[in-house]
Design a protein around this ligand. Structure first.
Ligand code: IPM
Ligand code: MG
Length: 359
């Protein structure tokens, strides 16, 4: 088959790891007889430099003409002092919104090969398999009013608004229940209902929707407790559903259960075109040195095959190839441990692509 893929190489380590993501897709193309056409789009810092805005109109237009968007990472110190709506991050949030990608899936699955790269004890992280479903285009990241204003006495005040409409909660919660149903049938909903009204509505809505999913066991957890439980006993979790900011924070935390944030992809779906990206950022401190771990980007390509292009077998082939290369002992510096073979970004991509072809 033929697929048109939007490619956003991004900032920092973005272009380096994207190169390996494309290499792996091309290997899948060769193996399964697909043709991937790549259409480059710009957002974030690279778009600011090229077009003076973090999200050119052309970018959204082009993405909507393709089958999926493979995204890298945005941001860096160079653009940090720009006003909020001109920052690279505004480009990322703008794309998510324009694509109506309301659901962000973030799997945190232990690679048993890498357990010792986690800062947590082996028995705590062994075999964990969690998926965080984060609401992505609502909540405090988008709520209005927002801004920095002057009070009558001249003092400045910064304002953000955390609000959720019931319909926004319902659609993300349903999607999370559907995923839980296909897994271990356990859903944990995160909120701060002891303090926040928006969380009270969230909790009530989860309970209401749960009546349609009596086969799924649901429990509620305050976000502060969840942050603690995730490192205390992560095996208690299967699917976690959370609003935008809670999901953002907990998914970074959960990534460390797996050893390195450099391993984890995410899928942003729900709208006409899905977006697939690493969970990690643009890591400007190591950019350009060829040492970044490309696995999250490669796993993002696998998620794109699964959720964006409906190619489950191809997705699994990528995931197995990653496991195979890790089993052979190859490691980028972020996941290096004694007795393993340290390699660079490009070599990691080469080995995974080779493993796909030979699979
Ligand atoms: C993420 C990132 C983004 C977010 C930033 C870069 C705006 O942290 O994808 O989790 O908070 O959504
Ligand atoms: Mg984040």
């Amino acid at each position: 088959m033929e697929f048109n893929i939007s490619i956003m190489k991004g900032d920092g380590i973005g272009p380096e790891i994207m190169k390996e993501g494309i290499k792996v897709l091309d290997a899948i193309g060769e193996k399964f007889n697909h043709k991937f056409n790549y259409i480059e789009v710009y957002a974030g810092g690279c778009a600011i430099d090229k077009f003076g805005t973090p999200l050119p109109e052309e970018t959204i237009k082009r993405i909507l003409e393709t089958d999926a968007l493979l995204f890298s990472s945005v941001g860096g110190p160079k653009w940090e002092n720009l006003p909020h709506d001109k920052k690279p991050e505004a480009g990322l949030l703008g794309i998510r919104k324009a694509l109506n990608a309301f659901a962000n899936l973030r799997p945190a699955k232990a690679f048993n090969e890498l357990i010792d790269a986690s800062t947590l004890k082996r028995e705590v992280v062994k075999d964990i398999d969690i998926i965080i479903v984060r609401e992505l285009i609502g909540g405090i990241y988008f709520g209005k009013p927002k801004g920095i204003f002057n009070l009558p006495n001249g003092e400045k005040i910064g304002i953000n608004t955390l609000s959720y409409r019931k319909s926004e909660i319902e659609r993300i919660v349903r999607l999370a229940f559907d995923i839980a149903r296909k897994r271990r049938k356990k859903l944990t909903s995160i909120d701060k209902a002891n303090i926040l009204e928006s969380s009270q509505l969230w909790r009530d809505t989860v309970n209401e929707v749960s009546k349609e999913y009596t086969d799924v066991e649901v429990n509620h957890m305050y976000v502060d407790n969840a942050a603690m439980q995730l490192v205390r006993y992560p095996k208690q979790f299967d699917v976690i559903v959370a609003g935008n900011i809670f999901g953002d924070i907990l998914s970074d935390e959960a990534s460390m259960l797996t050893g390195s944030i450099g391993m984890l992809p995410s899928a942003s779906i729900g709208g006409p075109v899905g977006m697939f990206e690493p969970v990690h950022g643009s890591a400007p401190d190591i950019a350009g040195r060829g040492i970044a771990n490309p696995i999250a980007q490669i796993e993002a390509a696998a998620m794109m095959l699964r959720y964006g292009l409906n190619r489950e077998l191809e997705a699994q082939t990528v995931e197995r190839a990653v496991e195979f290369v890790l089993e052979k002992g190859y490691r980028t510096p972020d996941i290096m441990s004694a007795g393993k073979k340290q390699i660079n970004t490009q070599k990691m991509g080469d080995l995974i692509a080779e493993a796909i072809i030979r699979a």
